[in-house]
Design a protein around this ligand. Structure first.
Ligand SMILES: NC(=O)c1ccc[n+]([C@@H]2O[C@H](COP(=O)([O-])OP(=O)(O)OC[C@H]3O[C@@H](n4cnc5c(N)ncnc54)[C@H](O)[C@@H]3O)[C@@H](O)[C@H]2O)c1
Length: 358
C-alpha cells in the first residue's frame, strides 16, 4: 500500500486560535499514528502579533507556497488592538479569495440531544449541510465611502454574483445532495423576491437542477429559512446559499448543534489545497485561559481528513467526539465547561477505543 503523507499549513492566528489549534494538532497526531498516515506541518505566524511587529498581513509568496500543500488548518483571526475587520479581510478573505476556495461547507450535526436549545429535537432531527458560496457577493470589497463624515456621505458596497461563481457552487451542492443520499434534497435559500440580482441564482438552480433528476429541488427565502430551521430542522438536508446569507444562517446552525464551540467549516476548491477552520472567532477575552472548547477545531481536522480521503481517520475522530459528548464526559461545548487541553486529551484517549468501519 502506498505511503500516505500530507503537508499541512497551520495558521493558529489570534486570541484563542493557538490554544484550540494545539488540541487539533494533538488529535491529528494521535489519529495519524492509529490510522497509519504521516504528515508534516509548516506553521505561519500571521495575525495580530505578527502584524504589529512587522506590518505584514498575508504575503503573496505564502499563497504560492500553500498551493503546493494538501490542506490548511486555521485557528481564528481578529484582535481588538487592530481596526475591526482589517486582519480578517486581509488573512481570511485573502486565503479564501487568493486560493479561490469557492465552497464554504458547513455541516450542522447535533451529537447529543442535551446540546440543542430546541425543545424535543434529537440528533436525527438536526443533521444538515450548508453549501455557502465563498468568493462573491458583498465580500468582494467593491464599493466605498464618499464624503465620509459629512452630511452628504454616501456608502456603497456591491452585491456581486457571476454566472460562473453561482453555477459552480450550485453544481457542488447538487453533487453533495446526491452523494450524501439522505433525503436527496437540495434547498436553495435566497432573497430573489427582493434582490433582483438573485434571479441569476433562481435560473441557474433550475438549469443545473435539470441535470440531477434524482435530487428533489426545494426553495426558501432566507427569512423563512431561518424560521423553518428553528421550527422544523428535520426538513433540512443539503442547502445552497449565497455568501452573506450563508454567513448569517450558519451561526444559527452552530447554535442548533451546541454552540460556537461545536461548529467547523471547510473552505474548499475541489481537487486543490483547501482550508479548514472552526467557525468561531478569536474570542479575545478568553485567550490564554484554557477555557474554550477545542471541539470545533477538532471537527475542522475531521473535515480535513475526510476531504483528503482519510475516511477511517475522519470517522474515528467523529465517533470519539460523539461518544464523549453523548456520555457527557464533555459536558457542554460552551466556555468553561472543561479545560481546553483536558478536552483534547480526552478525545485522544477515546480515539483508541472507538469502533470504526472497515
Ligand atoms: N474565522 C475567523 O477567524 C473569525 C470568525 C468570526 C469572528 N472573527 C473575529 O474574532 C474576533 C471576536 O469576534 P466575536 O467575539 O464576534 O466572535 P467569537 O466567535 O470570537 O466569540 C463570540 C463568543 O462565542 C463563544 N465562543 C467562541 N469560540 C468558542 C469556543 N471555542 N468555545 C466556547 N465558546 C466559544 C464565546 O462565548 C465568545 O464570547 C473579532 O475580531 C472577529 O472579527 C474571526
Amino acid at each position: 500500500m502506498a505511503q500516505r503523507h500530507y503537508a499541512f499549513a497551520v495558521l493558529p492566528g489570534d486570541g484563542i486560535g493557538p490554544e484550540v489549534v494545539a488540541e487539533g494538532i494533538k488529535v491529528l497526531d494521535r489519529v495519524a499514528k492509529l490510522e497509519g498516515f504521516t504528515y508534516e506541518t509548516t506553521r505561519y505566524p500571521f495575525g495580530a502579533e505578527h502584524y504589529l511587529k512587522t506590518r505584514e498581513t498575508l504575503p503573496e509568496s505564502v499563497l504560492a507556497e500553500v498551493k503546493g500543500m494538501n490542506a490548511i488548518l486555521l485557528g481564528a483571526i481578529g484582535d481588538p488592538r487592530i481596526e475591526v475587520g482589517f486582519l480578517e479581510r486581509a488573512i481570511i478573505s485573502g486565503l479564501r479569495f487568493g486560493l479561490d476556495l469557492y465552497v464554504n461547507l458547513r455541516p450542522v450535526k447535533l451529537y447529543a440531544e442535551h446540546l440543542c436549545p430546541l425543545k424535543d429535537k434529537t440528533p436525527e432531527d438536526v443533521d444538515m449541510i450548508f453549501v455557502r458560496e465563498n468568493t462573491e457577493d458583498v465580500y468582494t470589497g467593491i464599493g466605498g465611502i464618499f464624503k465620509k463624515g459629512t452630511p452628504d456621505e454616501v456608502a456603497i458596497q456591491e452585491m456581486i454574483f457571476t454566472r460562473k461563481g453561482t453555477e459552480r457552487v450550485i453544481r457542488y451542492a447538487f453533487d453533495l445532495a446526491r452523494r450524501r443520499a439522505k433525503q436527496k434534497k437540495l434547498l436553495m435559500i435566497d432573497k430573489a423576491n427582493a434582490i433582483r440580482a438573485m434571479d441569476l441564482w433562481t435560473r441557474t438552480f433550475d438549469e443545473v437542477g435539470a441535470e440531477y433528476p434524482d435530487v428533489t429541488r426545494d426553495h426558501a427565502y432566507i427569512d423563512a429559512a431561518c424560521m423553518w430551521m428553528v421550527k422544523n430542522p428535520e426538513w433540512f438536508d443539503v442547502a445552497v446559499v449565497a455568501n452573506m446569507f450563508g454567513d448569517i444562517i450558519t451561526d444559527l446552525g452552530a447554535m442548533l448543534q451546541g454552540g460556537m464551540g461545536a461548529a467547523a467549516s471547510g473552505n474548499i476548491h475541489p481537487g486543490q489545497v483547501s482550508m479548514f477552520e472552526p467557525i468561531h472567532g478569536s474570542a479575545p477575552k478568553y485567550a490564554g485561559k484554557n477555557v474554550s472548547s477545542p471541539v470545533a477545531t477538532v471537527m475542522a481536522v475531521q473535515m480535513m481528513l475526510d476531504y483528503l480521503g482519510e475516511a477511517r481517520a475522519a470517522q474515528r475522530v467523529e465517533a470519539a467526539v460523539m461518544e464523549l459528548v453523548r456520555t457527557k464526559r464533555i459536558p457542554s461545548l460552551t466556555t468553561g465547561a472543561l479545560p481546553t487541553d483536558e478536552t483534547g486529551d480526552l478525545i485522544c484517549e477515546t480515539l483508541e477505543t472507538v469502533a470504526v468501519g472497515a
